[in-house]
Write a protein that binds this ligand. Sequence first.
Ligand SMILES: Nc1ncnc2c1ncn2[C@@H]1O[C@H](COP(=O)(O)OP(=O)(O)O)[C@@H](O)[C@H]1O
Ligand SMILES: [Mg+2]
Length: 338
Amino acid sequence: MNKVLIANGVQVNLKMLNRHGLIAGSTGSGKTTTIKTLINKLNKEGISVLATDVKGDLAPNINNINHPKITHKFGDMNSNLLGLFLKANEVQTQALHILINQYYKDACDLGSLDQLISCINGALDYHTAWQKDGKTSPNTLATLQRLCYIARDGGLDSIIDDENFDYLELLNSKANILDCTNFVTEPEAYAAYVLTMLDSLYKTLPEVGDLEKVKLVCFFDEAHLLFKGINKDLLIKVEQMIKLIRSKSVGVFFISQSPLDIPNEILSQLGNRIQHKLSAYTAKEQKALKATAQSFRCLDPKALANEIGLLGIGEAIISMLNQDGIPCMATRKKVLTN
Ligand SMILES: Nc1ncnc2c1ncn2[C@@H]1O[C@H](COP(=O)(O)OP(=O)(O)O)[C@@H](O)[C@H]1O
Ligand SMILES: [Mg+2]
């Protein structure tokens, strides 16, 4: 009842999926296979899924699949996220904020990077007025423009459109797999894309509180790319979104090699844990392994650390939340493949 089996004797409580989760492990340890199992099992229960496919290996063996095209509108993007997307520094991001919000939001249709470039041209034409108002300097604007050209020529404007995606469409009880292969070498753009989706999901979906089964579960792969370049303001915003999206009946799973790829503020909110093998050769990796073992509910963290280093392919240390929201004792199991 409202549970699915993901390994022999290990059940996932569908009510508790809005308490989020982490799937971690070294390359080849079985993360993608585990995501596929979870997607198929949840979807069979009527739960909608949204998953980013960064390496192009997620779609095979997924049932009831849908490939949505999710684009964002410039004007609706948080300027911090837009700055991240363009790899802008703090001053440039502030200029972007002013540009979009105070001057051009209503007058200009910001549907593409080319249109943003034109807007900056307009601002440059009036740079004397801009400077006099203490808004921003022509140099900053010109740099922003160069960053736009670089993003555009790198093909990154495929995520930008003049229309916003309707996020309610994701509540379609399907496995929505998003092609993100473009982003594998573009961490900032990937982060801006995914975090804007989270922001939009939060803004669009209605407040429903805790349901017996969550409505939507998101799986964000290559999560180390998400947090690499984000500034403190943005991190605080992401932390808030992750907390608040729970009452929208949305669960978020981050998938990464090591739990240390995820900032502590976010990590502490990921209640359901599946830890595949974590190789630890360097001192830093040993430390990560130790910290990982200590984050599980277990009797002997030292023995658990040892065990995590010795797991076979597909095996994992699993601790899911029970119906009272308490993490189960960590247990070593092989994740089912279907
Ligand atoms: N639970 C499992 N049972 C059997 N084979 C598995 C299991 N998990 C992974 N594998 C095999 O191991 C290989 C690597 O798994 P993958 O899920 O792609 O790892 P990762 O995403 O961590 O790099 C795949 O070829 C897959 O067939
Ligand atoms: Mg993988």
